[in-house]
Design a protein around this ligand. Structure first.
Ligand SMILES: [Zn+2]
Length: 291
């Protein structure tokens, strides 16, 4: 065995996901557009803002347009406070309260988040990233969308609590990068081409309204959606799938593979695509491969 690569459900090499903040009322327009194109998004909600004014969606609207549409609800702080600018005790309160209130309102287990405001980019009042990362883990937050970078290599995160998206939807190269992503050939060429790829778009739905550029989202989705080699998933679905993949158990020569998880998992090993059911142990042929 030389190289093994994660493949998304169905053996697919690519995934696309979206992340939209603040639970503002234009999410009611955005979620149906996601549905129309068959893509999935994560909506990051401030628990104190739900139904607080006409600017924000109320509980029933979030349930109807986001939850029932198969999209994800994630934590965005009770009051939209950046963890980097407050003492740990205030950050812990902010994110625990948000989780508790969102889970009470919408049910289920909510353990994803997007950092609000300056997030983890600026540190004041004794905050530091290691400390924030530690308390997020203790709050059972499993991923945190961060900003402050671009990721046009389309890589999966190495630190889920500092998950840098590909781009904001209005990035100057948004359509070019989307085109570059869909044209990537992940099953050909040098081995580094074969890594799984992710296109991750973030923004606020009110920006489409302010800039009157809803058409831009349609243009982006016309490129990214309905691709045979791409899995369309929420942020937490991607996290959970990658985590399941990382729990596969291998013999020393990598020909016997056990899946201890509850998820069917796909991978590419020495050029072959394999799938392994929950609880299954498979034996595959040893191959000498240069790929
Ligand atoms: Zn926000």
């Amino acid at each position: 065995m030389k190289y093994r690569y994660l493949r998304f459900p169905g053996g697919l090499p690519k995934a696309v996901t979206f992340s939209y903040d603040d639970g503002c009322r234009w999410d009611k327009d955005l979620a149906p557009i996601f549905n129309q194109y068959g893509v999935k998004g994560t909506f990051n909600i401030n628990s104190s803002c739900v139904g607080a004014s006409d600017w924000y969606l109320n509980k029933e609207e979030i349930k109807e347009y986001i939850v029932d549409g198969g999209h994800e609800i994630a934590v965005h702080g009770d009051k939209h406070i950046a963890p980097g600018v407050v003492r740990p005790i205030d950050g812990i309160k902010e994110y625990l309260n948000c989780r508790l209130k969102l889970e009470e309102m919408f049910g289920g287990i909510i353990r994803g988040m997007a950092y609000p405001n300056s997030g983890i980019k600026r540190m004041e009042n004794g905050a530091n990233y290691e400390n924030i990362r530690e308390y997020m883990k203790n709050l059972d937050i499993v991923y945190g969308r961060s900003l402050g970078g671009e990721n046009d290599a389309f890589e999966l995160p190495t630190d889920w609590l500092n998950w840098v998206p590909t781009m904001h939807h209005d990035h100057a190269y948004s359509l070019q990068w989307a085109q570059k992503f869909v044209e990537l050939k992940c099953e050909e060429g040098y081995h580094t081409n074969r890594q799984p790829r992710l296109f991750y778009v973030w923004g606020h739905s009110y920006e489409f309204n302010q800039r009157n550029n809803w058409e831009h989202m349609h243009d982006l989705l016309k490129i990214l959606a309905n691709r045979e080699d791409t899995w369309y998933a929420t942020n937490i679905e991607i996290y959970e799938y990658v985590e399941a993949y990382n729990h596969l158990v291998f013999s020393a020569d990598s020909t016997v593979i056990h899946n201890p998880t509850a998820t069917k998992i796909w991978f590419m090993q020495d050029g072959g695509i394999y799938s392994i059911n929950p609880g299954e142990t498979i034996k595959i042929d040893a191959k000498e491969s240069t790929t």
